[in-house]
Ligand binder design. Structure first.
Ligand SMILES: [Zn+2]
Length: 321
């Protein structure tokens, strides 16, 4: 049995970028609403959906992240951080990085308490290491997440698509656990010892890493005579129009890309400040693709797609319960 730990509430920082027009009066239309993102590793909350997180926090929502694993088997992806002292303490270093990102984003967070499965390198791929998240029985990890959902009581839950966003075993498992917990959390017959039933109203998958966005950013870089970081990637990324058409919901959050970038940089072992994350000028990103994109998968409230808000239809936001 895994016991999740609750991290303390952090301050809600102001975004470093100019706020959108709707924010000049300090309006907090999402006060009282709760959003939960379930992620595989520390840093995923900063690389997927972080700007929409910052926007909802600034506008009054409580945003809570569940991190399934400690990221213990993540490689160091920033050459400047490849030092023996960091490698020897990687678990603790990643916890500290997560704490900084949490404060920057203004979120609360639980660790689900499982161990990183690592990226299986080789052909054929080696078996997953014993005791890792990818091998934990689904019932066990689902119960741990149901317990947190019933405690935090989110109105909206997000996770990865069935491919995991990318095929890391922890990302695929994160999808499976999130979908199972979304279905079980409101059912009094499931996990009766894991708290009072609570049914989140909407379930979303992240789709921000989509090909049309990459194409648009690539074209904009070329049009400005700048070197695009996506030249090679686009050559091997086969177009999948049907997959891209699954996007239902585009959340405007360009004014918060600065907060997203700060949160990314907090994960110093994982994010190279000279790498592809920051190769495209932020102003160009805001101009070309100012949204983060999602797929509405289940909704227990009336909301018509396409939407521009994860809370559309929830508790008076563009509709009623
Ligand atoms: Zn990850």
């Amino acid at each position: 049995m895994v016991t999740p730990t609750m991290e303390p509430m952090s301050q809600h920082p102001q975004p470093s970028s100019p706020q959108p027009a709707t924010q000049h009066d300090g309006a907090r239309p999402y006060e009282g609403l709760r959003l939960m993102h379930v992620h595989a590793h520390p840093d995923d909350e900063s690389s997927k959906g972080a700007a929409s997180t910052a926007r909802y926090v600034a506008q009054g929502a409580a945003v809570h992240v569940v991190t399934c694993t400690g990221g213990e088997r993540g490689s160091i992806l920033n050459p400047k951080m490849e030092r023996p002292d960091i490698l020897a303490n990687i678990t603790e270093v990643r916890r500290q990085e997560m704490e900084r990102a949490r404060d920057i984003l203004g979120i609360t967070q639980h660790w689900l308490g499982f161990v990183d499965s690592g990226w299986p390198d080789g052909d054929p791929k080696p078996p997953l290491p014993e005791g890792c998240f990818g091998l934990a029985p689904l019932e066990e990890s689902t119960e741990a997440l149901v317990r947190i959902i019933r405690d935090v009581r989110p109105h909206v839950l997000t996770t990865y698509d069935e491919r995991g966003g990318y095929p890391h075993p922890d990302h695929v498992r994160c999808h499976e656990v999130s979908v199972a917990a979304f279905e079980a959390a409101g059912d009094p017959e499931r996990f009766p010892d894991a708290g009072e039933p609570w049914q989140p109203l909407k379930l979303y998958y992240h789709h921000s890493f989509n090909r049309p966005r990459m194409e648009a950013l690539h074209a904009a870089m070329q049009a400005h005579g700048l070197e695009s970081p996506w030249e090679e990637r686009l050559k091997t990324w086969k177009p999948e129009p049907e997959w891209d058409a699954r996007i239902t919901t585009k959340v405007e959050c360009g004014a918060y890309f600065g907060v997203r970038d700060q949160a990314l940089l907090a994960h110093a072992t994982q994010i190279d400040p000279d790498g592809h994350w920051f190769a495209i000028p932020r102003e160009l990103q805001v101009e070309v693709w100012p949204t983060e994109d999602y797929e509405l998968v289940v909704s227990h409230v009336a909301s018509t797609t396409p939407e521009d808000d994860l809370f559309a239809g929830v508790d008076g936001v563009g509709g009623t319960l």
